[in-house]
Design a protein around this ligand. Sequence first.
Ligand code: BV8
Ligand code: ZN
Length: 252
Amino acid sequence: MSTAGLDGARDLLDAASSIVVFTGAGMSAESGIPTFRDALTGMWENHDPMTLASPEGWANDPDLVWAWYADRATRVRSVTPNAGHLAVAELGRRPGVTVTVVTQNVDDLHERAGSVVTSHLHGSLFAPRCQDCGRAESPDVAVANPRPACPLCGSTLRPGVVWFGESLPSGDWLRAENAVGEADLMIVVGTTGVVYPAAELPERAAAAGVPVVEVNPDSSAVTALASVRLAGPAAQMLPDLLMDRRRGVDGR
Ligand code: BV8
Ligand code: ZN
């Protein structure tokens, strides 16, 4: 793995025409959203996310788990996309380049920055649904606590996320697989790369000889797959990466 750094990453970017941007919780960290493995804070500090984000955790205490997601959805609503989200959206507007955003994140910050998100591999905080009749509820229901009953069948609403042990939404997964199969560059931002099957996507890109650029202040399971690693935070590295070299330092 070379450490060509910013120039190497920019060369790869200039040569690419079909880019997959694959993001994890680190993408939203600088917007003030704790990463998945950050110690849970406040009233959640004594809870294990792996337990709360599971069917067993839900079955054990649906009110607690619903409150956790309502709290997270409320927090996402109170923050804004960071410069990294905006840089990804700007890349998506470049002529002659197809950019596919595939995220593990359950927030809507990519969308609010102006990106079209092709795959929410782990669902969304803002897509609650009835666990019996499947009726989709409005995003506003996600922040309601206590949770209302399903207006159609009266049953229990659940968060619209994918819990550990649950399969990923098939449409989102297929679109992500196809995008990786057609990519000539993959930019991986802010993920430990240990949650499967999502973590398979950078592995497939590297195995197919597609260059992988990693943006992460720390090393991760993706680092060994990366042609270039930009060791820094997304809100700084992505604007640097996407800044047009022909412009001066001040961008003019
Ligand atoms: C499935 C939604 C099967 C909920 C999430 C043993 C071995 C291998 C696999 C397994 C195993 N045992 C079980 C499994 C499968 C399991 C799995 O992979 N477990 C792992 C933990 C071992 N996977 C599943 O269960 C999946 N389903 O396999 O189903 C099946 C098949 C058929 C039929 C039925 C079932 C479902 C997985 C989805 C779980 N749901 N989220 C919620 O959010 O509450 S996953 C959750 O973790 C989040 O989505 C998060 O995105 C994801 C991964 O974490 P990261 O995004 O990487 O975030 P993390 O906090 O870990 O790291 C942050 C990174 O950012 C760090 O690297 C940090 O350095 C960096 N960073 C920090 N600041 C910045 C930054 N980077 C840039 N800039 C910064 N400023
Ligand atoms: Zn219902």
